[in-house]
Design a binder for this molecule. Sequence first.
Ligand SMILES: [Zn+2]
Length: 218
Amino acid sequence: MQKLFAAAKELFFPRKCFFCSKYGDLICADCAALLDVSPVHRPDRGKKYLADIYSACSYENRRAQKIIHALKYDPFVRELAAPMAQIIAGHFALCGQDPKDCFLAAVPLARKRLRERGFNQAQALAEELAKIWRIPIAGRCLEKTRETRRQAELSQSERRNNLRGAFVCPDAASIKNKNIVLVDDVVTTGATMEECAKILRGAGAAEVTGICFARTER
Ligand SMILES: [Zn+2]
């Protein structure tokens, strides 16, 4: 029945590629190839709480920037979360990683930002990854208590204060002794993910590994 609905929807609202408008997938195979998904993993093990960070694309790729922008800014193309999650999962598999037995968590937004946007783009990616990998999303394991500034805009000392105390774990039982895959759309320095990992590990998570759609060049 669900397949029938999907087929009917395709008939009346045929999907076009976000980039080239070709009918078919939301990101066609040709345009997906131009996203230059990395077939290898470049480890990032310099962090204390985060085991590693995986990134599917480079944020220097203009198409990657464009798709992230479309997902998180008005007019939101929220459906992009599904093909973006496929791309993240594809990269993870190419790196020989299998997230079975893990729980997913998303880098949260502060309440005001969440209200403005109507949804959390990292959560949308996590929900799609949960479907692809058939693993659960951890309960209320991360909340952002206040707005923070972009780390890239700040000096070294401002950076430390910017994130301090910005995240809490309201439900430690949901992550206790679990391996967490922490999802975000973009990673730059990784400081935000590291702060989230600190909170999760402090609340009892066994290991926290970050994944994102795109990362700025290191
Ligand atoms: Zn295309």
